[in-house]
Design a protein. Structure first.
Length: 480
């Protein structure tokens, strides 16, 4: 049974319970039927016993008063006893032994003969003639009749008590069967429910645990293994869903990154224009002074060309690293350098009157996925630039917090002095597709993806806003 599917287990369990119910019902019906038969037989025995008592009553009356009417009544009740005996012989044969039943028939016949002889004796005495009864006296005849009547009475009383005892025994047996059936049904139902429930509940708990891991960005695959077909199908479907979520999440992050790249391109082009212009100017001057002997001046021009070329190279390299599709991979990075590279990407997008200040210790490091963490910083800094509306300040700071000598986590603060966020919007800014920007100026996915990326790293992000004074994003990440 344990290798069957849940549906078949439930079906077989139902059939088992149904079989127990039918079995107990059949047994109970059989016993009730026997009780019914015994009750009917008991009525016959009760009638036989009461008829015997009436027979004996008129027998005694006849002894006392010698009235012919009492004799006739006695004979009528004897006929009734004989009729009960003949008509119910098969039922009596089930209650008493054959020898006892044969003896009862003899006693009934003997009683009638004894009553007839006693009646003849009294008639002879009343008419003055001699009784020819083989020397039997009145006392002998009466004693024989009383003995036969007593035997009939004892049979009726004994059989009636035996029937009552049998009915009580059958009722007790019925009660025991019903109680045993209830216990068996309860135990069977409890066992089936426990076996099935344990499998289902364990599978649901397994899914719950993996769901929590997936919500934290850990797209792990569940080992299907062996078990019920329904549970294996559910786990397989869950794995397909996990893979699909992983693909969709990757596509969502990439699409947001491409949208950010589109916004950055104009700024990066402007940033590249400055070093390229410097390179061009220095090259022109060097060309004009090529025939001169001022070596030191020529070397300074070449140095400027190399410096500006390196700057342009760094901008292009940073842009390429940010745009390249990479698998999620953590590495140890200096936080200040990461922030400066991110600002380099967005500097051309920021108006000249927007001041971006960085206050991060030189040796403070974190273990993160560079590309995705850079996407978070880029999104938050860009939001700050948009918030100050061409004139204001953005502060990026960080510090290590923890107990003892080691750092437990790093706290990153990105703050602006813009107009802030309305109170009714603060609790919704991390929801997907929610944005306070005008139509066409924001997808509503930036902060949602940033929130997910931070959770993938085992961290947390929060926002504090003071309407009219600015907004502060606080990120907590595990320290290196």
């Amino acid at each position: 049974m344990f290798h069957l599917g849940i549906r078949k287990k439930i079906t077989y369990g139902f059939y088992l319970l149904l079989l127990l119910m039918v079995g107990s019902a059949v047994l109970t019906y059989g016993i009730v039927k026997r009780v019914e038969e015994q009750v009917a037989f008991g009525e016959v025995i009760e009638d036989f016993f009461n008829t015997t008592l009436e027979l004996r009553r008129f027998e005694k009356n006849y002894f006392l008063y010698l009235q012919e009417k009492d004799f006739e009544e006695n004979q009528l009740y004897w006929e009734k006893i004989r009729e009960l005996f003949v008509n119910n012989a098969p039922a009596l044969r089930l209650a008493v032994s054959g020898a006892e039943l044969e003896q009862l028939g003899k006693v009934i016949e003997a009683y009638n003969g004894q009553m007839d002889r006693l009646h003849a004796y009294y008639l002879n005495i009343a008419s003055g003639t001699e009784y020819s009864g083989g020397g039997r006296t009145q006392e002998t005849l009466e004693e024989q009749l009383r003995s036969s009547g007593k035997e009939l009475t004892e049979f009726g009383e004994r059989t009636r008590d035996a029937v009552k005892r049998k009915i009580k025994t059958l009722l007790k047996t019925t009660r025991k069967i019903l109680l045993a059936s209830m216990v068996c049904l309860f135990v069977s139902a409890l066992t089936i429910a426990a076996l099935l429930g344990r499998k289902v509940v364990n599978s649901l708990k397994l899914l719950e645990g993996y769901t929590k891991r997936i919500s934290q960005g850990d797209f792990v695959e569940i080992a299907v293994g062996e078990g019920e077909q329904e549970i294996r199908s559910l786990l397989t479907a869950f794995n397909r869903m996990t893979k699909e979520l992983q693909v969709r999440q990757h596509q969502l992050v990439q699409s947001e990154k491409l949208a950010a790249l589109g916004t950055l391109l104009s700024g990066v082009a402007h940033e590249l224009n400055n070093p390229l212009s410097n390179i061009s100017t220095s090259a022109q001057i060097l060309g004009e002074e090529i025939a001169e002997d001022n070596v030191e001046f020529k070397q300074s021009l070449i140095g400027q060309i190399e410096t500006q070329a390196d700057k342009a190279r760094d901008i292009v390299r940073t842009l390429l690293e940010f745009s390249r599709i990479k698998e999620f991979k953590k590495e140890k990075l200096l936080l200040k350098k990461l922030v400066e590279e991110t600002i380099l990407l967005i500097r051309g997008h920021a108006p000249s009157e927007v001041v971006i200040a960085v206050d991060i210790p030189e040796d403070l490091s974190i273990i993160v996925d560079k590309q995705r963490m850079q996407q978070v910083l880029l999104n938050l800094i860009k939001n700050g630039i948009d918030a100050v509306q061409g004139h204001g300040h953005i502060w990026v700071s960080a510090l290590g917090t923890g107990c003892g000598t080691g750092l437990d986590e790093v706290e990153i603060i990105i703050e602006d002095d813009g107009p802030g966020i309305d109170a009714e919007h603060v609790n919704r800014i991390f929801d997907p597709f929610f944005t306070t920007k005008d139509v066409g100026k924001g997808s509503g996915l930036g902060l949602f993806i940033a929130h997910d990326i931070i959770e993938w790293h085992g961290g947390a992000i929060n926002v504090e806003s003071r309407p009219g004074l600015g907004t502060t994003f606080i990120i907590w990440l595990p320290a290196a």
